[in-house]
Design a protein around this ligand. Structure first.
Ligand code: DHK
Length: 147
């Protein structure tokens, strides 16, 4: 069995469903996890889906992914816009990384237009809500198949 795809979610994403639904949609994080797991399983892949409010946890998980993951899908929440430490951790990976955002940060406040994750990402999917996670799985599988 190949290594799992790590799906790493940052701060406040545990509140999906309640938090600004007009921006982030009404799906809960648990419902997104179920959709993603079913989608990956159908395609013959395993996922390890996690959420934390801590910057250090995200960095530890990215470091763990160096050995244990086949690819990483990351929605770093607000750390996207603040964390050089997360960028440095992501730059150590030699597996594909897809950055995901439920909303389209480029349509929002100026401070959300800059991402510290993007320079380390193979690709970026934003503005598609929960569907973005499913498209990120598809993108990773395509990348695995082409490598
Ligand atoms: C989630 C957050 O929590 C924000 O801080 C980002 C991102 C956008 C999202 O759209 O998924 O700015």
């Amino acid at each position: 069995m190949s290594k799992p795809i790590y799906i790493l979610n940052g701060p406040d994403l545990n509140l999906l469903g309640e938090r600004e639904p007009e921006i982030y949609g009404t799906d809960t994080l648990d419902s997104i996890r179920q959709q993603v797991e079913a989608h990956a399983t159908d395609a013959g892949h395993k996922v390890d889906f996690r959420q934390t409010n801590g910057e250090g946890d995200l960095i530890d998980w990215v470091q763990e992914a160096r050995e244990k993951a086949s690819g990483v899908i990351i929605n770093a929440g607000a750390y996207t816009h603040t964390s050089v430490a997360l960028l440095d951790a992501l730059l150590t990976l030699d597996i594909p990384v897809i950055e995901v955002h439920l909303s389209n940060p480029f349509k929002r406040e100026e401070f959300r237009h800059h991402s510290y994750v993007s320079p380390a990402a193979t690709g970026l999917i934003c503005g598609l809500g929960a569907q973005g996670y499913l498209r990120a799985i598809d993108a990773l599988i395509e990348l695995f198949n082409n490598s």
